[in-house]
Structures are given as C-alpha cells and as structure tokens.
Write a protein that binds this ligand. Structure first.
Ligand code: PMP
Length: 440
C-alpha cells in the first residue's frame, strides 16, 4: 500500500507537482497506478534500462543470490560472481584492458575512481606533479567532487568554490557545433585533436595525468559520434606525452552503441573505461572501472593498496543482476537488433523530417539516436512534443534543449519503434506549424 503523505520526502524539484507513480514494468512498457501504459523510448529516462525492466533470468538470478546472502563486504570476503562479471567485461574489452574494479553504485563513482587511480599510478611512479586532468567543454561526468569539477554545465556553476581546480578544458568534440564551413569530418578530427595537443603543451605534459572524455558525446549533447579518426589521433597524442585516456562510457557503453564497448567503433585501447548505467540494466546499482594489469603492478610495487573504497562496492545482488544483463547485451543477436533499430530510426527521421525547416541533423550509434532541430521557443516545442507523444500515443521520449533522444530498450520490437517514430514525425510536423524558425 502506497503512502500519500509526501511531505517528508525531500524532492529534487520541491515545487514540482507530484509525478505519477509506476505500478509495474513489463519489457519496454511502464504501467502507472492511474492505469496508464507507456512505451518507454528513454530506457528509464537516461538509457539505463537497456534490456527492458522485467527480464526473468535477471530476476531469478537476484532471487537466487538473495537466498544465499544479500550482502558481504568486498573488504573481507571473496565473491566469485564478481570475478565472473569481471571476466565477462574483460572478454569483450579492447585488447590490453584486463582488470576490472567495481567501485560502487554509480557512474560518478566509476569516473571518480578512475581519476584517482590514474593519479595514484603517477604517485607510485614518483610523478606527483602529474595531477591535472584535461576535460572538454559541455561535458558531464558525474556528481562527485572530481567528476563534477570536469563539467562546465552552467547550472552547477554556483558549486565552483567547493570543487577541485586541477583541470583544464578544451572545446567539445562535436562536428555539428564546432566544425568550420566546408570542413570535412577528417579535417575537423585533425583540428580537434590538435586542440588537445596544444593544451597539453600549454599546460605542460609533466603536469597532466589524464584526458577524460566520453567515447561518444552523450545525452547532454545528444549522441554525437566522434569524427573520422579522432580517437586514434588522440591516442597517438596521449602516447606521445604519456597521458592516460579515461573514457566515460557510463552513458554510451555496454551494448547501447551497437557494440559492447562504444570505443570498439574507434579502434583504440584507452587506459581506463568507466561503465555504469547499463551494467546491471537498472536491476541493481553498480558501476565499473575497466583498466590495465600494468597499473595494478605499479600500485602493488608501491603502496600495495588502491585508495578507493565504498561500502557497497561489488554489491552481490547487483553483481548477480549484472552477470545476466551482460550475457544478454553481449550476444550477437542483441547487438544486431540494437544496430538495426538504430539505423531504422535514423533513416525514418531523415526521410520524414530531413527537409523540415526546423531540421538540423540526425546522428547516433546503435540504439542511441538523436534528432537536432531549431525553432522559436525550443523549450515549449520540446514540452509539447513530449507531452503529446505521451498523452496521444503513450510513448515516452527525451525531448530537451535542442534535440530529441531515442533510446529504445532492446526489448522493443522493430515494429513498435517504427510506429513510434512515425507518430513522432507526424506530431513534429503538426506542432511545428505553431512555431517558427529562428535565424541561425
Ligand atoms: N557520465 C556520463 C556520461 C553520464 O551521462 C552520467 C549520468 N548521467 C554520469 C557519468 C554519472 O553517472 P551517475 O548518475 O550514475 O552517477
């Protein structure tokens, strides 16, 4: 029985009306207590419910684990299931990534742990001045101190006095925002990578520990894949100056991009990869840092302890869920389905809206697809798109800022997605008649 008395609950937006309550989730469908049903093309708002919300194998794995025990501390006890999950993640990782740590419940903790470990490796090697991180503008890497210090998102600006200052920023890597008139993807990739090298030289390589970035610009900017050989060029530059690459795949990793690791598309081996949201597909809170045994050896020869610890690291229930989720997302059938529906979304959006006066572009990888547009009063346009898709068609989409994101869970059939995209195109055109385009 629910409780109608919400006064003791501190909500993120205290003045918002109460949100509807969910009764149950089945596959890609969300059922609310007021008897409504929605097809969730946001995969749980932020693309974490990657295999739908009711997978029976995952549920039974959690129950099985619960019958044995729910929690033991990773400090005192071994958990062979955590080892099994690590092996699953290593098996599909780019060659050279062969160690996995489960630092806690959130993507933020994975980024925080990777940043700290990067610096600890420097410390153990006597390079204590290598403490600066390079970030890109308009990034979001999490809410913990170091992770948040990398963001330039204006809403968090007031927290600046509380944040570490050991970072420098280069422009975001976003062909749609940053390329010059007539510049090709390849030329832009070169220029964008050069911005990194220029910054390294300006700061002094001997002061820098790592470059932190998403493999593909994520939900904030709306699924912008890297241009040309960008990551190969970045890898070469970072190797030249011995700078670690920390890839943030909290949003784009573990199957959502159409490959298990998003950076597989780019053919590089980073030094650390942070995974989060989709690791247990929303069935349990858990995140991971995938890294190299070389760093483990350096730490072993130094203080012989990784200085990162949280109570719920490698939580056994989340580990049990994540093993089953990873078995699904790593299957070739699943990846093929993700790629197929993603390509279809891109095609249908381009065919349906490519000549619309608001249209700017369509992009993405796998099941992470974005359409970007521009019109007068974008916020109202988004509100109407979202509300009318929800209320008229029972479909949840992520329309915010300059774009709509489509992130269907893999339980969504080709036909379901196709229908929803067609409904979206129709609504876009209808609502569009009430708005006009601003001059760019
Ligand atoms: N990195 C990226 C790219 C993200 O999108 C997010 C979450 N939106 C995070 C890190 C932080 O993850 P979490 O919210 O689980 O801490």
């Amino acid at each position: 029985m629910g409780n109608d008395n919400f006064q003791y609950l501190l909500r993120r937006y205290p003045s918002d009306p109460l949100y509807p309550e969910v009764e149950k989730i089945r596959g890609s469908y969300v059922y609310t207590t007021d008897r409504r049903k929605f097809l969730d093309l946001t995969a749980g708002y932020s693309a974490c419910v990657s295999i739908g919300g009711s997978n029976l194998k995952v549920r039974s794995a959690i129950k099985k684990q619960m019958r044995k025990y729910s929690y033991v501390s990773a400090v005192s006890w071994s958990n062979s299931r955590a080892a099994e999950l690590a092996e699953l993640l290593v098996r599909k990782a780019p060659l050279g990534l062969d160690r996995v740590m489960f630092p806690g419940c959130s993507g933020s903790e994975a980024i925080e742990a990777a940043m700290r470990m990067s610096y600890q490796v420097r410390f153990e090697q006597g390079e204590i001045d290598r403490s600066v991180f390079i970030t890109r503008s308009n990034a979001y890497h999490g809410i913990t101190s170091l992770a948040l210090s990398l963001t330039s998102t204006p809403v968090y600006g007031f927290l600046k006095p509380l944040q570490p200052t050991n970072h420098v920023s280069i422009p975001q890597h976003n062909f749609f925002e940053q390329s010059l008139a007539g510049e090709s993807q390849d030329d832009y990739a070169l220029r964008s990578a050069k911005q990194l090298e220029d910054q390294i030289i300006a700061t002094g390589p001997e002061k820098i520990t790592a470059f932190v970035a998403e493999s593909m610009l994520g939900s904030l900017q709306g699924n912008v894949p890297p241009s040309g050989n960008y990551w190969k060029l970045v890898r070469e530059i970072c190797d030249r100056y011995e700078i670690h690459i920390i890839l943030d795949e909290v949003y784009c990793g573990l199957g959502r991009s159409g490959k298990v690791y998003c950076c597989e598309w780019d053919g590089i081996t980073p030094d650390f990869v942070a995974q989060g949201k989709q690791l247990a597909g929303g069935f349990g809170p858990i995140s991971a840092v995938v890294t190299k045994s070389r760093f483990e050896e350096i730490i072993k020869a130094g203080q012989n302890r990784i200085f990162y610890a949280t109570t719920y690291e490698a939580h056994p229930l989340a580990v049990a869920a994540a093993i089953e989720v990873q078995k699904v997302v790593q299957s070739s059938e699943m990846l093929a389905h993700v790629n197929l529906i993603g390509e279809m979304i891109k095609q249908r959006l381009t065919d349906g809206l490519g000549t619309h006066e608001f249209f700017k572009n369509v992009r993405g990888r796998g099941a992470l697809v974005t359409i970007e547009y521009q019109c007068d009063d974008q916020e109202k346009f988004n509100e109407r798109l979202q509300a009318e898709m929800r209320d008229q068609h029972g479909v949840l989409i992520g329309s915010r800022f300059h774009r709509t994101n489509f992130n269907p869970p893999s339980t969504t059939s080709y036909r379901q997605v196709e229908r929803a995209v067609d409904q979206y195109v129709e609504l876009f055109e209808k609502i569009g008649l009430d708005f006009s385009r601003t001059s760019i």
